[in-house]
Design a protein around this ligand. Structure first.
Ligand code: BGC
Length: 761
């Protein structure tokens, strides 16, 4: 450091100390610009850097009581301006704080809601909004200000370790879900942080890796959901991701954080970084990160220094300070909200259960295997997952919940009788395995690593005996994943293990020999291989990771109290390698431990471009195991009288859905568009709208309205940096899944629509 710079910095610190004592203009009373004009540089720098972890030890003047709650981060207070400290807490499945506190006898549990993928499977924006309200209320009543959620990165590849926190392979579904979540949470007077912006689609080397993506794929897929959430949800905060985008850290990417987000999309909130160590601080502040999280003292010093030596302009600092002050004025801490530490956990558990009920996807149900007879006795529950439900994934997306209802408990609560010998076998086995693994965990496993007992290997003759003394078999398969690592495509993750396969085959053979049915429950955070074994069981329930009420929700469906209405928010492929991005997904599992030296680390080429998920499978007519948007029901629905009308901004389609079966149920109608020939390749179908009916009684109908705006028809043309909707004949396809189209309409777009964008990323 040059001597002059050092002296200047020293002088400034002295000066800040002096000013710091004087009461200044008060936030909320004086205009923000007035406050900024009297703030010292040190005060400004402090405001732009989170309170960090060291705040726990009382440093940097932030309030202490909140730090003890175990939230992810906080901002610092500047009392002379009435600027409060605020608390930021994870995450997408509910509030993540410590359930106990030093020196306090009470508990501080939060509700474990279904994971993001399960919420998206509801295709019910109203339901997601309700979940958001309940989460937001817990943020508020536990004395926090911002929920670090929703996670909304696109499911580029099923093996991303954090897909469970995210919604879908389709940007429209992502955007609508995220906007509903944001609106729900923020209706409680607290903020959200939509994350991770942007193209953070893998965990491997997440803090160094560059996502190398074409402008078109970026705009149409990876940014589209964020654009919808920003415009329809107005989140208080956006979280810039760990990764690089086309070689530049997103956190240092001015075109991304300012030109695109603020100038093109009109975003007005703050941008905070993901929980990053010190990087190029000046570049981050300039790019438009208003808040560096979790924050450390070096970053504060560096901002001061960078302004002094001209690497950072004061106007950039002031711009960010202004954003921060405007954000802070909205927070409960600023408003002195008297939180109770007592949210209504009972009411929220009901919301969690309803959401889990509606996110369950029925993949198979031959001969009406489901629902089971009410009060059925001697149900044999196989698989550790039946006794050990995975409510949610690991890492910052996990919630410290008071309890988890497993399937065994759920079935008992629902009045089913369980086969006691199978129960006893598993309970003993799991206790033994858990102890073994927990001993190991304490010593070697990192905090994010999934903890799962291995599946039991059961003697086939024992299974044959149980087939005689049971009425029906249910087998659960569980999978877990979480922050910090990606999943792998081998046995035990994407594929069933040998033990699971053997159990499935033996149970199916034994029970079918007795003319008894077998049901599989998939308790997973993401896609697993199903094509090679789905012919074996009679029914398959995809429960996802359904939150703390999961066992009750699965039993609701088994009993028929709830008619499943969830639909897949992504494609289930036949083989992992059928997915175009698999060729460029970093963790290509070959049975060997991952070896960084042998890999092309540093970047991931999104060579598949826009051919992600059903856009690829549908356009190139590739076989899948289960298509996007698919899900069975205990009843049937017809689609009739589809009509289209031009509105001021776009198109409105009405379609009459009738329940033609014997059970009451809800149906999701999906609207796809097939565009006319263009000078760029287009997917045959793209989702442009969806809607869900209310609970329809047998023979009851509802007319659903599906809307989209004319500019939504556009694709992104890289050469001209322009969104273009070509003139010509468009087909409108309304269906129950992407491969089950029930009504077709068409319309003519007379004149092309073009919209140039500013940012090039
Ligand atoms: C995660 C974020 C999370 C933050 C705070 C980071 O490691 O990527 O999603 O909000 O930690 O816990």
């Amino acid at each position: 450091m040059k001597k002059n710079t050092f002296l200047l910095l020293f002088a400034c610190l002295i000066c800040c100390q002096t000013n710091a004592g004087q009461k200044g203009y008060q936030l909320g009373k004086a205009p923000v610009d007035k406050i900024i004009s009297t703030m010292t540089l040190e005060e400004k720098a402090n405001l732009l850097v989170g309170g960090g972890y060291e705040v726990v030890n009382g440093k940097r003047g932030a309030i202490l009581s909140e730090a003890k709650i175990g939230a992810a981060g906080m901002t610092v207070s500047i009392p002379r301006f009435g600027i409060p400290a605020t608390v930021e807490t994870d995450g997408p499945a509910g509030v993540r704080i410590s359930p106990t506190r030093e020196g306090e006898s009470g508990t501080f549990y939060c509700t474990g809601f279904p994971i993001g993928t399960a919420l998206a499977s509801t295709w019910n924006t109203g339901m997601v909004n309700e979940v958001g309200k309940a989460m937001g209320n817990e943020v508020l009543e536990y004395g926090c200000d911002v929920l670090l959620a929703p996670g909304m990165n696109l499911h580029r590849n099923p093996l991303c370790g954090r897909n469970f926190e995210y919604y879908s392979e389709d940007p429209l579904l992502i955007g609508k879900m995220a906007a509903s979540m944001v609106n729900g949470v923020q209706s409680q007077g607290v903020g959200t942080s939509i994350k991770h912006f942007a193209a953070n689609n893998q965990e491997t080397y997440r803090t160094e890796n560059s996502s190398d993506v074409s402008q078109r794929a970026l705009r149409e897929l990876y940014l589209k959901g964020f654009e919808i959430a920003v415009k329809e949800g107005h989140p208080w905060t956006v979280m810039s991701s760990y990764n690089k985008l086309n070689g530049v850290y997103t956190q240092e990417d001015y075109p991304l954080l300012t030109t695109l987000l603020r100038d093109d999309w009109g975003y007005k909130g703050i941008v905070m970084t993901d929980w990053t160590d010190t990087r190029n601080t000046a570049a981050q502040v300039h790019a438009g990160d208003d808040l560096l999280m979790p924050g450390n003292k070096e970053q504060v010093k560096e901002i001061i220094l960078a302004v002094k030596d001209g690497r950072l302009s004061m106007s950039d600092v002031d711009r960010n300070v202004k954003n921060m002050l405007e954000f802070l004025m909205k927070t409960p801490h600023f408003k002195h909200y008297q939180y109770t530490n007592k949210p209504d956990l009972k009411a929220h558990a009901n919301v969690a259960r309803e959401a889990a009920d509606e996110g369950i996807v029925l993949l198979k149900n031959d001969d009406n295997t489901l629902p089971l007879k009410k009060g059925e006795k001697d149900v044999a529950l196989f698989g550790i997952g039946s006794y050990y439900l995975i409510a949610g994934g690991t890492g910052s997306g996990d919630v410290n919940k008071a309890y988890v209802v497993n399937l065994k408990e759920g079935m008992e609560n629902a009045g089913f009788g369980l086969q006691p010998k199978v129960n006893t076998f598993y309970e003993k086995y799991i206790n033994f395995e858990k102890e073994e693994q927990l001993n190991e965990v304490n010593h070697v496993r990192p905090w994010w690593s999934p903890i799962l007992p291995n599946e039991a290997v059961i003697d086939p003759t024992y299974i044959q005996l149980r087939a005689k003394d049971s009425k029906v078999a249910i087998i659960s398969f569980t999978r877990n994943a979480g922050e910090g690592t990606d999943r792998h495509s081998g046995e035990g993750d994407f594929l069933l293990t040998a033990a699971e396969r053997e159990m499935l085959t033996n149970v199916v053979n034994a029970f079918h020999a007795e003319h008894k049915k077998v049901i599989v429950v998939l308790n997973t955070g993401g896609v697993v291989e199903t094509a090679s074994w789905k012919n074996l069981p009679d029914a398959i329930i995809l429960a996802w990771q359904p939150g703390q009420e999961g066992g009750n929700a699965i039993a609701d469906v088994i009993k028929g109290n709830v008619n499943p209405s969830g639909k897949l928010p992504m494609t289930f492929p036949v083989n992992y390698m059928d997915i175009p991005s698999s060729k460029n997904f970093p963790y290509d599992y070959k049975g060997e431990p991952f070896d960084a030296n042998k890999k092309d680390i540093g970047y991931t080429k999104y060579d598949e471009g826009i051919w992600v998920g059903y856009r690829y499978f549908n356009t190139f007519d590739k076989e899948v195991s289960y298509p996007f948007g698919y899900g069975l029901s205990y009843t049937s629905f017809t689609y009739n009288n589809a009509k289209i009308k031009r509105t001021k901004n776009g198109y409105e389609i009405n379609v009459k859905i009738t329940n033609t079966g014997k059970a009451s149920g809800k149906e999701v109608a999906e609207l796809y568009i097939s565009a006319p020939k263009s000078d760029i390749d287009k997917p045959t179908y793209e989702l442009k709208a969806f809607a869900k009916t209310m609970l329809l009684q047998p023979e009851e109908s509802e007319v659903l309205t599906l809307k989209f705006a004319a500019p939504d028809l556009a694709s992104f043309h890289e050469d001209s940096n322009c969104w273009v909707a070509d003139a010509g004949a468009y087909k409108v396809l309304i269906g129950s899944s992407v491969s089950d189209i029930r009504q077709t309409l068409s319309f003519e777009l007379k004149n092309p629509i073009e919209k140039k964008v500013k940012a090039k990323l």
